[in-house]
Design a protein around this ligand. Structure first.
Ligand code: PMP
Length: 353
């Protein structure tokens, strides 16, 4: 037997929330949107000619890039698109973090960041959130090889004031600061208006949450032209056709329909306020959410117990068995009807204790 195994890259992969195959389940565990995508998406999908699939898609995903440039009022050469924001973030790590100095991101944040850093052999430090689960901006005023901030943060749901983000970007002219805005459309303040002012800022967003298209896998980044050029150079050195034809064309329809976008994200924000109030009345501490999910801990019943109880009833929420957050549940906001069923089960269980 040879020793080929010593040459393998050994990584601890990211583990996404489970995707159970069950009918009539209530799925509140991966921050998907309970509403369908904008109506134009179905129309364009149905009108597609499958004969066109013989051909490669446009490598620059022109239509989608142009639609995003128009919607966010930036030149098209400042827009990078990828296969969900995971792809965009991975490419951004690979492109922007090539220093010997550590990259910085919080101890509690999106658990994919340390996975990419390990995969790409990027050193990193993880400053702790404060006792209220807020990011301490001062922790990012030290020498570093780059910074990643999820705003709003996950799984805490808490947004950081834009002025604090700006201060972090302004104090780090020698590093790229990635602001991951996966949840920004549910009440956060986007850093996009700062992109013209700071060359070292990269804002990343996704179609998976506020545009109800997790299954289509579309994400994008907006930054200054040189930064975006560098990302495309890296992407094109790895795989030049990441965006498939249906997602390019469906993505355009989702971006164009601002009315539907506002209607669905407002519905989620309203449901969120209602559910937070009801959970508090049941004895939960609920962190102030600017995302499409709540992060909540009960005063007496452990989160893991509630998680298991709900799972038996085919109601799926997310539980993280990690230090500091192992008594919290992350609950995605579904439709009002789904949330009523969820709340009724929780209430019934608490009453039985
Ligand atoms: N960033 C954060 C903070 C997330 O929670 C997620 C969702 N898992 C992503 C990025 C990636 O989402 P997607 O690849 O579906 O765009």
């Amino acid at each position: 037997m040879g020793d080929w195994k010593k040459n393998l890259r050994v990584v601890e992969p990211y583990v996404p929330g489970e995707q159970p195959k069950q009918e009539n389940m209530i799925k509140l565990n991966t921050n998907e949107n309970p509403y369908p995508p904008a109506p134009g998406v179905e129309k364009v999908l149905k009108s597609m000619e499958t004969g066109d699939f013989r051909l490669y898609p446009k490598p620059d995903a022109r239509e989608l890039v142009d639609a995003l440039a128009e919607e966010y009022k930036v030149p098209a050469n400042q827009v990078f698109v990828g296969v969900g924001s995971d792809d965009v973030l991975g490419m951004a790590f690979l492109t922007c973090f090539n220093s010997e100095k550590p990259v910085l991101f919080p101890d509690i944040t999106y658990s994919f960041y340390p996975v990419w850093a390990d995969l790409f052999k990027i050193p990193y430090n993880r400053p702790a959130l404060d006792e209220n689960f807020c990011i301490k901006k001062e922790d990012y005023f030290v020498e570093n090889g780059g910074i990643v901030i999820a705003n709003p943060n996950a799984p805490t749901s808490i947004a950081m004031p834009l002025a604090d983000i700006e201060e972090i970007v302004a104090k780090n002219p020698d590093s790229v600061v990635i602001v991951d805005e996966a949840y920004v459309d549910f009440g956060g303040k986007s850093a996009l208006p700062l992109v013209d002012k700071y060359e070292n800022l990269l804002v990343v967003q996704t179609f998976s949450k506020s545009r109800s298209m997790a299954g289509m896998r579309i994400g994008f980044a907006i930054g200054n032209k040189e930064l975006i050029d560098a990302m495309y150079a890296v992407r094109n050195s790895y795989n030049s056709y990441t965006m498939n034809m249906p997602s390019i064309l469906c993505g355009v329809e989702a971006v164009k329909d601002r009315v539907y976008f506002d209607k669905t994200r407002n519905a989620i924000m309203e449901t969120r306020a209602d559910v937070a109030k009801k959970l508090e009345a049941l004895g939960f501490t609920v962190l102030p959410s600017s995302a499409n999910f709540l992060f909540a801990a009960h005063e007496s019943v452990p989160a893991e117990e509630l998680f298991m109880m709900l799972r038996e009833k085919h109601i799926y929420v997310r539980y993280f068995k990690s230090p500091r957050i192992n008594n919290y549940l992350r609950i995605t906001i579904g439709t009002p009807e789904q949330m009523e069923i969820f709340l009724a089960e929780v209430e019934k269980y608490l009453a039985s204790k």
